[in-house]
Design a protein around this ligand. Structure first.
Ligand code: IPE
Ligand code: IPE
Ligand code: MG
Length: 265
């Protein structure tokens, strides 16, 4: 199918992906679920390369949720092993392409060797500037908000924060990696239509794209299709179409964010 061209001036700055469907992909082929996770690694490699080539500045991949700790322990340990393997294998390419690796989530729950691999990748790539690649690991959106609230309350008790002056911007500064802008485009593969506790705060105004493609089949062309779809959307942030296109009447207040607190950091 011929595909519309991607407009390089309107590539989403931050793309976040819920990589779903590994288990079903494998089961449909008569394989065990872990075979799907192994196949899914190739999709990670390709999507990271494609995002880098397209000029995406931030790519966040949902690799393991806090709820995923409840999966059978053989599956959890294979996922941890694959993650370590991926980080070790891809470090050279990340350095070559200037990709900075970061992570969000409760890393303290990871097995020590996995945590070390994550920390090593973060440390080594810390000065890279071409793209930021964030792994959501042992991550839950609600927990992220709870963790932020806990720190905020402590600081309020110490008098560092004044509760009466708390606003969205101040609150957001307590989230895991507050300098990362909110996702513009949220992709979920695997034919599901839910957010599964991913970046609850940050996706307030993300454009959502879902596809029936299972993660192990997701390739560069699928990422491109999602971006083409995104580029055809009109992001209104609560305003009217006339306001955001500038086609409104005289006296229009077309400043995005307006009265309320600005959306999109
Ligand atoms: C996504 O695939 C990978 C993780 C959640 C770690 P799944 O393992 O959820 O695959 P399905 O949804 O069962 O097919
Ligand atoms: C979401 O997928 C988590 C990751 C992709 C890491 P799940 O497969 O865990 O989500 P649910 O359980 O179907 O909502
Ligand atoms: Mg799933």
């Amino acid at each position: 199918m011929p595909q519309a061209e991607i407009r390089p001036d309107r590539v989403p700055r931050h793309v976040a992906v819920i990589m779903d469907g590994n288990g079903r992909w494998a089961q449909a082929r008569g394989l065990e679920r872990n075979a799907g996770h192994r196949a899914g690694l190739e999709s990670v490699r390709e999507v990271v390369r494609a995002a880098h080539d397209l000029g995406v500045a931030y790519l966040t991949l949902y690799a393991f949720s806090l709820e995923n700790w409840n999966r059978p322990k053989e599956e959890v340990s294979e996922l941890m092993r694959l993650l370590e393997h991926y980080l070790e294998e891809e470090l050279a390419e990340a350095m070559e392409n200037g990709v900075r690796v970061r992570s969000i989530g409760r890393l303290d729950r990871l097995p020590p060797s996995t945590r070390r691999a994550v920390q090593k990748a973060i440390e080594r790539t810390r000065r890279n500037e071409n793209m930021e690649l964030l792994f959501a690991l042992s991550y839950g959106g609600r927990s992220e908000i709870v963790d932020a609230a806990r720190r905020l309350i402590r600081e309020a008790e110490l008098g560092v924060v004044d509760p009466d002056r708390l606003d969205e911007k101040t609150f957001a500064a307590y989230l895991y990696e507050p300098d990362v802008p909110d996702p513009d485009l949220l992709i979920r593969t695997g034919n599901e239509y839910r957010v599964s506790n991913f970046l609850l705060w940050q996706i307030a105004y993300a454009e959502i794209y879902t596809t029936a493609v299972m993660w192990p089949d997701f390739r560069r062309e699928h990422l491109e299709a999602a971006i083409v779809d995104y580029q055809a959307r009109e992001r209104r942030f609560g305003q009217t179409s006339e306001q955001v296109t500038g086609a409104g009447a005289v006296g229009d207040d077309s400043s995005v964010g307006g009265e309320g607190e600005a959306v999109g950091r």
